[in-house]
Ligand binder design. Structure first.
Ligand code: AMP
Ligand code: ZN
Length: 493
């Protein structure tokens, strides 16, 4: 018997606006698609929050015993600068500015994305398809939508006809918008505009001569519209109907709304059973975004090289900070919040070190079975990680009471508690014990400070061979010393 059979999971479905009992299409299997990054710049911490929310969801589904096919794409073409149907391709623009091939841009930032996600201890998705690897599939969908009468071709471009679609279907049902209101609130089309209506969106765009990312199609050389790739890749790998589709809240409209329209036009039914949307990470109360500059890179947090935070924070501390908020709530990044998360994370790790060393008693003053079910209840309630963490701290409190001799615990319950905490902390929340792996930032900091002190003493004694050796060997380990007027500081690569 698998855990999912007696741990009923409820998920907030953005489409119905309700928490629903999760029953996958095929018993024991889950198909999940999450919109991946547009790889034209370094992934910022806001992007990481959305992907981390779905990493946690992937982990919990696996923990419950589901066989999960998790598809997270890489957008390497078709996403235009204004997020609509005009402007340059984001990747082509970066390539032009940096005098690179578009695929060099794609490679550079895909490597960065994987590297950051590795540091955060993400599980890799089952499939990570790219938009450029699925041009043929996208063209086939455009042909199908045209044949079904929901699109029209103008001058080498193909647009989705929202008004025609809305006669038989409901455009706007995910975002709660009504087509009539959208029409009333949008400006009229400019005379040269090819679209019949401003709400129509591009399925295929004709490539102007200067547009370097182009492919042949039945309508001439062009490139796919941004929304099309996700319809093509999700249905190719998960089927015309699949269980979960996720992404950041900001993708609900127009991206996901257009995905629904495309799939309904093509297959005649809704593609997704549960739509999940992760909420935004903010900084100074404003959404973290590439375009506004209000962002911080994970690498800048790990190294401490930034002007926002007072010190460096490790990936597990940042992960713990993210998990302390529910994935559908807005979370604001601040120095104080990270300091508090660091304390909490260390308290949790400390308790894990204490647990196996506890004195064994003849009875347990704490109902561990009920406590464990409380952990499941939290996660079964739409992946409520803050409540799970509160439950974990209840166990920490009990561990400390036993340590102080105020309560007792049996050997069997020590084992049960250890197994359960490990499962939730490491397997489900995806944290790592940085103490155990020797990356405790406080200890490392202490050791480096000691070496800085020894180097200063060597220099004072004019023993430059020793002072240079300390600097060079630390540099070889990725620890850079910087001499300033207020003393020597260091950064860890
Ligand atoms: P992009 O690379 O711009 O396509 O974005 C990749 C993912 O990051 C999308 O799912 C966005 O919704 C998500 N995202 C962008 N900004 C934030 C933010 N400030 N907080 C959380 N998720 C975000
Ligand atoms: Zn998408």
């Amino acid at each position: 018997m698998q855990l999912f059979e007696n741990q009923p999971l409820k998920i907030y479905n953005s489409l119905s606006g309700k928490k629903e009992v999760f029953t996958p299409l095929s018993k024991g299997h889950v198909g999940m698609y999450v919109c991946g990054p547009t790889v034209y710049s370094n992934v910022h911490l806001g992007n990481c929050r959305t992907f981390m929310s779905f990493d946690m969801i992937f982990r919990y589904l696996r923990h419950l015993g589901y066989k999960v096919r998790y598809v997270r794409n890489i957008t390497d073409a078709g996403h235009l600068v204004d997020d609509a149907d005009d402007g340059e391709d984001k990747i082509a623009k970066k390539a032009r500015l940096e005098k690179l091939e578009p695929m060099e841009v794609v490679q550079r930032y895909t490597v960065d994305f994987h590297n950051i996600l590795d540091q955060f201890n993400f599980l890799p998705p089952s499939i990570e398809p790219t938009a450029t690897g699925h041009i043929i599939e996208q063209i086939e969908i455009v042909k199908d939508i045209l044949a079904k009468g929901y699109a029209y071709e103008v001058n080498g471009s193909v647009y989705f006809d929202v008004a025609t679609f809305n006669e038989t279907n409901e455009y706007g049902k995910l975002s709660g918008r009504k087509l009539e209101d959208m029409v009333a609130n949008t400006r009229a089309l400019a005379a040269q505009d090819e679209k019949k209506n401003p709400q129509d969106f591009a399925l295929w765009k004709k490539a102007e001569p200067q547009h370097i990312m182009r492919w042949p199609s039945p309508w001439g050389d062009g490139f796919p519209g941004w929304h099309l790739e996700c319809t093509a890749m999700s249905t190719k790998y998960l089927g015309e109907t699949f269980d979960i589709h996720g992404g950041g809240m900001d993708l609900k409209f127009p991206h996901h709304e257009c995905e629904i329209a495309q799939a309904e036009a093509c297959y005649g039914h809704s593609p997704v059973r549960y739509w999940l949307h992760a909420n935004m990470l903010t900084m100074n109360g404003k959404k973290m975004a590439k375009s506004t500059g209000n962002n911080i890179l994970p690498g800048e947090i790990f190294s401490g090289e930034n002007s926002i935070l007072s010190k460096a924070f490790t990936p597990s501390v940042v992960r713990f900070f993210m998990m302390q908020a529910h994935y559908t709530s807005i979370l604001d990044l601040s120095n104080d919040a990270l300091l508090a998360s660091e304390k909490g994370y260390q308290r949790l790790m400390e308790a894990l070190t204490t647990l196996p060393k506890l004195t064994v008693g003849t009875k347990t003053d704490f109902d561990i079975v009920a406590w464990k079910q409380g952990c499941y209840d939290a996660m079964n309630d739409d992946f409520n990680t803050p409540i799970l963490i509160a439950q974990l701290f209840e166990a920490v409190k009990r561990i400390n009471l036993v340590k102080e001799g105020k309560e007792t615990i049996t050997a069997a319950d020590i084992t049960l508690l250890k197994e359960s905490i490990n499962a939730f902390v490491f397997e489900v929340l995806g944290l790592e014990n940085e103490r155990a792996s020797g990356v405790d930032s406080n200890k490392l900091g202490g050791v480096v400070e000691l070496l800085i002190q020894l180097r200063m003493e060597a220099r004072a004694n004019k023993d430059f061979a020793t002072s240079d050796k300390i600097r060079d060997q630390l540099a070889a380990l990725g620890i850079q010393l910087k001499d300033g007027k207020d003393g020597t500081t260091f950064t860890v690569a």
